[in-house]
Design a protein around this ligand. Structure first.
Ligand SMILES: Cc1cc2nc3c(=O)[nH]c(=O)nc-3n(C[C@H](O)[C@H](O)[C@H](O)COP(=O)(O)OP(=O)(O)OC[C@H]3O[C@@H](n4cnc5c(N)ncnc54)[C@H](O)[C@@H]3O)c2cc1C
Length: 340
C-alpha cells in the first residue's frame, strides 16, 4: 500500500479493489460481510499510517468521480481530489473553501476529520454527506448537524468509525462571496494591498504558504513524505492552559492559546513539541520531523530504503512522552493507523 499513501509506507492489502460507483461500494461491503473479512476504506492515503505487515482484509479505494455546481451548491463524488474540488469552486466564483486549497486527499476524506486550515473548516461549508451504511446495508444522507462536526472530528471518525463509506459530499458555497481572511499568516500576506484579494488570489497564497512549510505535495520534496500534521492541537481545561503558561513564563517565553469548543482552550501542538526539545529537522533513524514544519513527521527513506511504520510510531511516541512529562498533556495522533 506504500505507493497509495503520502508517507510512502505500508505492506500489502490481502485484497484490494477500486470502487468507481456506488454499486461497487455496496458490492465490496457485501463481499466482506459474507466472508467476515475486515474492510478498510482508502481515499487519497494522506492521513494514514499503514503497517509494514499490511492489512489482512479488503482495502476499498474510493474512486467515484464527477462533480457539478448547481447555483451555490457544489456536489462532488467522494473520489474527486479535494484540491480539484476547490478549483471547481474558484472557477464558479464561489467562496467558502478557498483557504482549504492545497490539502491533499479526496472529497470523501474531508468530512471524516472535518478538514481545516488557515481559518476555515469544511464543516462550515458541508450541507449534506451521502454514504453507504454498512450496518443497515443502504445508502443514507446526513445533514451538517447530523455529521456532528467538531475540531478534527465527526461521527465518521468517532462514534461511527468504520460504519459508513462516504460516496458524495454537497458543499453550500457563497457565489461572489468575499474570501475568509482570518488567519494571521494570510492577513500578513495581503496587508498593505490596495484592494481586497480575490478568491483565487487567497487560494494561491494559501498554496504558497503551505509549500513554504512543506505542507503542499510537490514531487521529490522530502518534507512532503508525511501525513500532514501528525498531532492534533490539544484542547484543554483553562486551568491546564494556565499551568502551561506558567511553565512557559518560568523560562521567559510566551505561548499563544486560542479559545476552543465547550469552554476549552487550544494550545498549539507545535509549540509544545518544540519546548519538549524536538526541533524541525530532528531525526530518529529513517523517521524525522520535517525541516519546515514541526507537526509533520516524515519518512526520510529514499532510494536506499524507506522508514518503517514502527519507526514513525516510535518517533511519535517519543514526542508524546516528552510533551506529557513536561506539560502533563497527552498529544493525540491525527492519522489513522492501519494494520497494527
Ligand atoms: C502534506 C499534507 C498536508 C495536509 N494538510 C492538512 C490540513 O491542512 N488540514 C487537514 O485537516 N488535514 C491535512 N492533511 C491530512 C489529509 O490530507 C486530510 O485529512 C484528508 O482529508 C485525508 O483524505 P484522504 O482522502 O487522503 O483520506 P485517507 O488518508 O485515505 O483516509 C483517512 C481516513 O478517512 C477515511 N476515509 C477516506 N475516504 C473515505 C470515504 N470515502 N468514506 C469513509 N471514510 C473515508 C479512511 O478510512 C481513514 O480513516 C494533510 C496531509 C498531508 C500529507
Amino acid at each position: 500500500m506504500a505507493p497509495l499513501t503520502t508517507l510512502g509506507i505500508g505492506g500489502p492489502a490481502r485484497w484490494f479493489v477500486e470502487a468507481a460507483s456506488e454499486a461497487e461500494i455496496a458490492e465490496a461491503c457485501a463481499w466482506v460481510r459474507e466472508r467476515s473479512v475486515p474492510l478498510f476504506v482508502l481515499g487519497g492515503g494522506s492521513n494514514v499510517l499503514v503497517s509494514n505487515r499490511g492489512f489482512d482484509g479488503l482495502v476499498v479505494r474510493v474512486a467515484i468521480q464527477g462533480m457539478q455546481v448547481e447555483g451555490e451548491l457544489l456536489r462532488a463524488a467522494a473520489g474527486v481530489t479535494w484540491d480539484g474540488c476547490v478549483e471547481q469552486a474558484l472557477g464558479a466564483d464561489c467562496a467558502g473553501i478557498e483557504c482549504l486549497a492545497g490539502i491533499p486527499g479526496t472529497v470523501g476524506g474531508t468530512p471524516v476529520q472535518n478538514v481545516g486550515a488557515y481559518g476555515q473548516e469544511v464543516a462550515s461549508a458541508i450541507e449534506r454527506v451521502r454514504a453507504f451504511d454498512r450496518a443497515v446495508r443502504e445508502f443514507v444522507e446526513f445533514t451538517n448537524t447530523e455529521c456532528r462536526f467538531a475540531y478534527r472530528r465527526s461521527r465518521f471518525n468517532t462514534v461511527d468509525r468504520g460504519r459508513y463509506v462516504v460516496t458524495r459530499v454537497d458543499y453550500r458555497l457563497r457565489r461572489g462571496g468575499e474570501p475568509t481572511l482570518a488567519y494571521a499568516d494570510l492577513k500578513a500576506h495581503f496587508s498593505g494591498g490596495k484592494k481586497p484579494p480575490s478568491l483565487a488570489e487567497v487560494a494561491a497564497a494559501v498554496r504558497g504558504i503551505r509549500q513554504s512549510k512543506g505542507m503542499f505535495l510537490v514531487e521529490g520534496d522530502p518534507d512532503c513524505r508525511s501525513a500532514g500534521s501528525f498531532f492534533k492541537n490539544p484542547s484543554v481545561a483553562p486551568e491546564v492552559a494556565e499551568r502551561v503558561q506558567q511553565i512557559a513564563a518560568h523560562s521567559g517565553i510566551a505561548v499563544r492559546v486560542f479559545p476552543a469548543d465547550s469552554g476549552l482552550v487550544k494550545i498549539p501542538a507545535a509549540w509544545l513539541i518544540e519546548q519538549a526539545g524536538f526541533r524541525k529537522g530532528y531525526t530518529l533513524g529513517a523517521a524525522g520531523i520535517s525541516s519546515r514544519h514541526t507537526l509533520a513527521l516524515i519518512n526520510r527513506g529514499d532510494g536506499r530504503g524507506s522508514a518503517r511504520a514502527e519507526e514513525i510510531l516510535a518517533l511519535a511516541e517519543k514526542i508524546q512522552a516528552a510533551v506529557e512529562k513536561m506539560f502533563g498533556i497527552r498529544l493525540e495522533m491525527e492519522p489513522e493507523r492501519v494494520g497494527f
